[in-house]
Design a protein around this ligand. Structure first.
Ligand code: NAD
Length: 434
């Protein structure tokens, strides 16, 4: 099938490359000349394991190309995916300006009717707005469908190629058949397509993210109670997760969820519900709990070292919002750094891949170390913000020697508290007792 993917970010690039790998001809479009130039030179603007090779293979077979020329992409495609960003607006709702701008451009530049599919996460009713835009600017009979994306950064290619489910939201049989045909190669072993109306598909994406975020905020609150009660959240987690109705996934407490999706999607769902006069109390609480949890490590540091952190120097391991990505959007590390420096401290950070992206933010009071142990030199304490494998089994002897102080604040519960204490350090995790 001939496809265009508008928006070549995390979702557009992965979807474009994986759909090309299944034998389709895909043109990925972006407004960023810099991004498209880099892609055309064989570079990849984001860190995502396996993506570079997948793009290279499909470019070499002429199934995947990149352009800033939307008209050209439209002329060579029958299905057009919209994969542009839907950031948080000032009031917490989803900002649809990029999505609707693309719809308008499609209407103005397409010379034949298309199936326009939203892959971006968009609130219920967006397809209607896209239809209205298309009708306002074109006489062609474009169709609109919803196909929300569920990939996880860091494992995006496997998620796309072997998804738990493919949500296809259509209000007409032609679009339904077209999308089922497109996704047939991803359904060979099991039938993964779940078909529904466009509105249900739009809501399903938010419902899934809100449920996952709820599990995290629930565990974070429970972990903070464990700290107070002297219980260990790790044992509680195993005990809970072994109930098949609950399951072991997504029960890890930490220093808050971040990333490009959960924070904005939770707020956008809450905003939709408020707008409809039916507030989602649980979802509102999930957001409030997370906003608090993002500074839990600083509160622990203040408990241990005193409220005045001026002159203190912290080592921070992990900048990316989670392992295996360089994505910093809403990363708990950034909230941690901001709060530490606001209190007069300085920070030296290490991350396996996200240092260049963090440097570009130009944060005051933050310096970087290319080696994780170098980051510790002369520091009063170590804080761990990201669950990179690199930090799971460090040499605690080296940590103890390099640090000036002796505190380790483990925001991802990566380390064994007894081992840390045996190395002559003091340990504070999330919900593992004081
Ligand atoms: P992103 O910011 O990485 O990429 C968006 C791209 O769209 C950018 O490269 C931008 O330059 C481009 N763009 C903006 N306006 C454009 C236009 N008019 N024409 C062409 N290109 C344009 O965003 P992302 O993380 O890929 O997310 C995209 C959407 O997918 C969002 O709605 C997001 O919520 C959703 N989503 C993201 C993930 C994820 O893990 N990142 C997972 C599932 C769903």
């Amino acid at each position: 099938m001939d496809l265009a993917v508008i928006g070549s970010g995390y979702v557009g690039l992965v979807a474009g490359a994986c759909l090309a790998d299944a034998g389709n001809h895909v043109v990925c479009v972006d407004v960023s000349v810099e991004k498209i130039d880099l892609l055309n030179q064989g570079g990849v603007p984001i860190y995502e394991p396996g993506l570079e090779g997948l793009i290279a293979r499909n470019r070499s077979k002429s199934r995947l190309s990149f352009t800033t020329n939307l008209k050209q992409a439209l002329d060579s495609s029958e299905v057009v995916f919209i994969a542009v960003g839907t950031p948080e607006d000032e009031d917490g709702s989803a900002d649809l300006s990029h999505v609707l701008a693309v719809a308008e451009q499609i209407a103005e530049q397409a010379s034949e009717a298309k199936l326009v599919v939203t892959k971006s996460t968009v609130p219920v009713g967006t397809a209607d707005k896209i239809r209205a835009k298309l009708a306002e600017h074109s006489d062609l009979e474009h169709r609109v469908a919803s196909n929300p994306e569920f990939l996880k950064e860091g494992a995006a290619i496997a998620d796309f190629q072997k998804p738990d489910r493919i949500i296809i939201g259509c209000d007409d049989a032609t679009s339904q058949a077209q999308l089922e045909r497109l996704y047939a190669p991803f359904n060979r072993r099991e039938r993964r397509v779940v078909s529904m109306s466009v509105r249900s598909a739009e809501l399903t994406k938010y419902a899934a993210n809100a449920m996952l975020a709820t599990r995290i905020s629930f565990m974070n609150e429970l972990a903070n109670l464990c700290d107070d009660l002297g219980a260990d959240i790790t044992d509680v987690r195993y005990g809970m997760g072994s109930d098949r109705r609950i399951g072991p996934h997504f029960l890890f407490p930490g220093c808050g969820y971040g990333g490009s999706c959960f924070p904005k999607d939770v707020k956008a769902l809450a905003s939709t519900a408020r707008e409809r006069g039916q507030p989602l109390e649980v979802v509102e609480a999930v957001e409030r709990v997370n906003a608090e949890q993002r500074t839990i490590l600083v509160r622990k540091a203040v408990d241990a070292l005193g409220a005045d952190l001026s002159g203190k120097h912290f080592a921070l391991w992990g900048l990316a919002f989670k392992a295996n990505t360089d994505d910093l959007r809403e990363a708990p590390s950034l909230y941690t750094v901001a709060e530490l420096t606001r209190r007069g401290a300085t920070v030296t950070a290490h991350d396996p891949v996200a240092i260049p992206a963090t440097k570009a933010l130009g944060l005051p009071g933050l310096s970087f170390a290319e080696d994780m142990y170098d980051a510790l030199e002369g520091c009063d304490a170590l804080l761990i913000c990201t669950d990179w494998n690199d930090y799971r089994s460090p040499s605690l002897a080296r940590v103890q020697t390099a640090l000036k102080g002796d505190w380790v604040f483990d925001g991802r519960n990566l380390l064994n508290p007894d081992e840390v204490r045996s190395a002559g350090l003091r340990y504070s995790g999330i919900g593992r007792g004081r």
